[in-house]
Design a protein. Structure first.
Length: 94
């Protein structure tokens, strides 16, 4: 399966968010690729915004690192799902 090359700001922003995740966990590029279940070359292309990551690769971040796909894809809320859940509960109490 080949990835589609996209020249849109969205793919660049997504790459920057992947870099944020990598920095947060202090992962090497090889470790990020391992977590996402992709090759290191594919991770580099995703991170620099040359290729859009696959849905299964993004789901691995959600599953293994508790990364919010809402944050990753749309920039909404916190990087972590648990933080977003705490905020929702706090809002419900008010």
């Amino acid at each position: 399966m080949s990835q589609t090359t996209i020249d849109l700001p969205f793919v660049k922003v997504l790459g920057l968010r992947l870099a944020q995740i990598q920095d947060h966990f202090r992962f090497s590029p090889a470790k990020m690729a391992q977590v996402m279940d992709i090759s290191k070359d594919t991770y580099f292309k995703n991170k620099k915004g040359a290729h859009l990551p696959s849905i299964p690769a993004l789901m691995e971040l959600d599953k293994d690192l508790d990364i919010s796909l809402d944050w990753l894809l749309f920039g909404r809320g916190s990087m972590f799902k648990a933080d977003n859940k705490r905020e929702e509960k706090k809002d419900e109490k008010q």
